[in-house]
Design a protein around this ligand. Sequence first.
Ligand code: NDP
Length: 310
Amino acid sequence: MGVILVHIEGYDPAPWIDELKRQAPDLDARARPDVDDPAAVEVAITWRLPFGVYRTFPNLRLIQSMAAGVDHILADPERPPRVPVARVVDPWMARSMVHHVTLAVLRWHRRMDWLEGRRATASWPTGIVFDADAVRVGVLGLGNLGQAVARAMQDLGFEAAGWSRSPKAIDGLVCHHGPDGLRDLAAWSSVLVCLLPLTAETAGILNAGLFALMPEGSLLVNVGRGGHLVEDDLTAALDSGRLAAAALDVFGTEPLPAGHRFWGDNRIYLTPHIASEINPVTATRAFVENIRRVRAGEAPVGLIDPAKGY
Ligand code: NDP
C-alpha cells in the first residue's frame, strides 16, 4: 500500500494526519517533507498543492480535494489527466454553510448594521418595519450546498428559488436553468447567493449585467469562489444602490490583501473563506472511505468530471 500525502498550503497538516491514523491505523499518511520517494504516493489529499507537484507522483491513484471545490486542482496545467479527482461531500459542511448564509441574510434583512449605527445618536426611530415577504432568495448552484441553503431559507419563511446547469425538479422549489433561467432568477431575487463551482462557464458570472437585473437594494452573497465576482462591478452596483450590501467570504486573492478597498467599504460584510468549515472528523471519514474505494477499484464519492470542471 502506498503513501497517503496530506498537503494543506499554508497550514500544518499534522492534525489531519493524526486523525487519518486514528480512524485508519494501517494508512501510511505523511506530510510532503516526509515523502522521500514520489513513486510511493498513492493518494494526495490536498488544498492548493503547488502547481506541477501532482505530475511528480507516477503512481498516484486519487487526488482528493480537502474542499467541496476542486478549482485549485484543475487549475494545475500539469495535473495528470488520468488520475481521478474527488471533492468533499459532507453534510457537516452543508450545515456550516447554512449557518453562514443565514447570518448574512438576516443581517441585511433585519438591518443590523444600520441599527448598530444608531449607537452614535443613542436613539432609535419609531416605526421600524422588516418586510420578510420581500426577501426572495435566489441560489445559484443547486448542489449539496445550494439545496441545503435554499431549504433553510424556506424554513425561515423566506421564498427561495434556484438555478443549476441541468434542469432539475426539486419538490417545493422553483428551479431554473440555462441563460434565460439565470435572467429570470436574478430579476426575481432580492438576495442572490452564489454557490457555484468556479469553472470556465461560471467565472465572472457575478457582474454588472446580472446586478442590473436585480431589484434595487438587493443583497449579494458570494460564498462560491472569488473568481465568480467582477469586483469593480460590485462596487459600482453598491454605489448606484442597485445592491444595498454584499457578503463576501471568498476573494480573487486570499487572504484579502491589506490594501484592498473592500476593507474600507462597510456595505460589504467580509469573512475569510470560513463559510463552510471543514470538519476533521467527518471529512477524514470521507477520505478513508474514498481510499478504500479506490483500492477496491470502485469510484470515489464526489468524483468530478474534469470536462465540466466540477
Ligand atoms: P455541487 O457540485 O454539489 O453543486 C454545484 C452546482 O452548481 C450544481 O447544481 C451545478 O448544476 C451548478 N452549476 C455548475 N456549473 C454551472 C453552470 N455553468 N450554470 C449553472 N449551474 C451550474 O457543489 P457543492 O454544492 O458541494 O459546492 C458548491 C461550491 O461552493 C463549491 O464548488 C465551492 O466553489 C463553494 N464552496 C465554498 C465554501 C466556502 O467556505 N466559502 C465551502 C465549500 C464550497 P447541476 O446540478 O446541473 O450539475
